[in-house]
Design a protein around this ligand. Structure first.
Ligand SMILES: *Cc1c(COP(=O)(O)O)cnc(C)c1O
Length: 371
């Protein structure tokens, strides 16, 4: 219908949304890609083979809606029951599912009940959270992390920036992104116990950390731990994430997800991944070793490097503003991530690459410093 504008076709609240801004996925393969925390190593050959072998006439069929087989394998790995697990189209889908299940749209609650519509998260953390909260029409509540990106004190702070122990849903990135900082299970337990609503511990980077808080998903009735095959298991392309929680909570979450959201080839690849954990333990160990080595090298070049328990480093570069470093590196075909958000704009986030990629990054940095 010519002349009809999108403003008349969608809800005003949707028109006002700003969508999530993903890191660039360049079409050409000529960039050193250290911007989206992908694993620099390929999936195990057994995973590639299993996925290839699954490409046949069965593509005609719907995939298993509840990912029975994968949940069975995950239950064995995590020493829980399949009923403790919900598989999603990446953990991103499960974040949206948690919001849909736990937070009321703000317009549907009386002002006195606005906490029933509150989605709470730390600033800085995963920049998808506010986008998902907005899309649901929930109320956003961002709580500043401490100056060193540690958890803020929970007691007696008050004010509009304090942790709300009555928020319907709280989303905690642990270890934190984009800072890289890890949190102890003891302090996360304290946070979860002090909070009445559901607390999601988004453990996308837990495999690179000293500690994880998976045990809290079974210990506490209000905790959901999210894991993904994307970061440590080289499977971003296949979109597989999962939630771990008490069966009662998992059953409720399962009601509000799309039945066939989890791609069949993704399920095959994830099952094969769990059958070759030795391979992944090795590459995870390699990435952690590379992370520590890169931190030292960058420090020698004058960068301030924040402690990391992830597969990336948040660094404050010397001499030039971080945004300019981003452009200078890109001009030398090195792609890193720069965020314009206030708390993090003086930093670059650099994904740990292969040794060759790290070498190219360091040489480019030296040239920028010499220019
Ligand atoms: C990468 C990432 C995700 C998304 O994982 P997918 O399973 O690929 O959707 C979720 N949370 C955080 C903090 C991440 O960094």
């Amino acid at each position: 219908m010519p002349g009809r504008r999108a403003d008349n076709l969608v809800r005003p609240s949707v028109r006002q949304l700003s969508g999530y801004v993903p890191g660039e996925q360049p079409a050409g393969a000529r960039l050193v890609k250290l911007n989206t925390n992908e694993n620099p190593y390929p999936p195990s050959p057994k995973v590639l083979e299993a996925t290839r072998d699954a490409v046949d006439g069965r593509l005609r069929l719907y995939p298993d809606p509840s990912a029975e087989r994968l949940r069975g394998r995950l239950a064995r790995v995590h020493k829980c029951e399949p009923e403790n697990l919900l598989v999603g189209n990446g953990s991103d889908e499960l974040l949206a599912v948690c919001i849909r299940a736990c937070a009321e749209p703000l317009r549907s609650v009386a002002p006195s009940r606005k906490r029933a519509a509150t989605v709470q998260y730390f600033d800085p953390s995963y920049s998808l959270y506010p986008v998902l909260a907005d899309a649901h029409g929930a109320r956003r509540h961002a709580v500043p992390l401490a100056a060193d990106f540690g958890l803020p004190p929970l007691t007696a702070r008050g004010g509009t920036q304090a942790w709300d122990t009555k928020a319907a849903l709280s989303l905690v990135t642990t270890p934190n992104a984009p800072s890289g900082r890890g949190y102890s299970t003891a302090e996360l337990r304290r946070l979860c116990r002090a909070t009445d609503g559901v607390v999601v511990l988004d453990e996308a980077y837990a495999d690179f950390a000293a500690e994880n808080a998976l045990s809290l998903a079974r210990e506490l009735p209000n905790v959901v731990v999210l894991r993904t095959f994307s970061k440590a298991y080289s499977l971003c392309f296949q979109r597989i994430g999962y939630a771990v929680a008490r069966p009662e909570l998992i059953a409720e979450l399962a009601k509000v997800r799309d039945s066939y959201s989890v791609n069949g080839l993704g399920q095959v690849a994830a099952v094969a991944t769990l059958a070759d954990r030795t391979y992944y333990r090795q590459i995870i160990r390699q990435i952690v070793a590379s992370r520590e080595a890169l931190a030292l090298e960058l420090e020698e070049l004058g960068f301030r490097v924040l402690p990391s328990e992830t597969n990336f480093l948040l660094v404050e570069p010397p001499c030039l503003p971080a945004e300019q470093w981003f452009h200078e590196l890109r001009a030398r075909r090195i792609l890193v991530r720069w965020f314009s958000a206030r708390r993090v704009r003086k930093y670059l986030r650099i994904t740990i690459g292969t040794d060759d990629e790290i070498e190219l990054l360091l040489r480019a940095a030296e040239r920028i410093l010499a220019a």
